[in-house]
Design a protein around this ligand. Structure first.
Ligand code: FES
Length: 161
């Protein structure tokens, strides 16, 4: 019987990076950790939709996907802040000022990557490359990729949230 392939949770271009990795690994269940790694590098954290999609694509039961994602401290599950701010620290973004953006957020909001502000408004995360190098430095605010912003712009947008 023909099975339809699972659909990516959204049309976010970052799913292409995850799809490419899964294809290269032949959609093998053994590639689970590697694919979770790719998803986290692209999104900064693993949300439930990502875990479900990757599990369904590789034929790995959800219990095992969640087990792996929670067992390894390297993986970050969806943070608890009302808003998420992912700063890309990949090479293109880094040489275009991602470090200054990160420092400014850390200083102003008193939060470090992987943490949530005390009022639980903003969770700060980093990603290795979100596939938007032409927009470097790029940040993702509540799932929306924004590029070519300086530290002031990012703080303004965060305040608007
Ligand atoms: S390095 Fe930041 S989007 Fe590629």
């Amino acid at each position: 019987m023909l099975q339809t392939a699972p659909r990516a949770p959204s049309d976010d271009k970052r799913w292409r990076m995850v799809d490419t990795r899964m294809r290269r690994l032949g959609f093998s269940p053994d590639g689970l950790i590697e694919v979770l790694h790719t998803a986290q590098e692209a999104f900064g954290y693993l949300e439930p939709e990502a875990l479900d999609y990757i599990g369904a694509s590789l034929g790995v039961p959800p219990s095992r996907v969640y087990g792996v994602a929670t067992f390894y401290s390297h993986f970050t599950l969806k943070p608890k802040g009302r808003h998420t701010c992912v700063v890309c620290t990949g090479t293109a973004c880094y040489i275009n000022g991602a470090g200054a953006i990160l420092r400014r957020i850390e200083d102003d909001l008193h939060v470090r990557p992987g943490e949530t502000t005390e009022d639980e408004e903003v969770s700060l995360l980093t990603a290795r490359c979100i596939g938007a190098c032409s927009l470097a430095p790029a940040v993702v605010l509540d799932g929306r990729i924004q590029g070519k912003l300086g530290p002031d712009d990012v703080m303004n947008r965060l305040e608007q949230l």
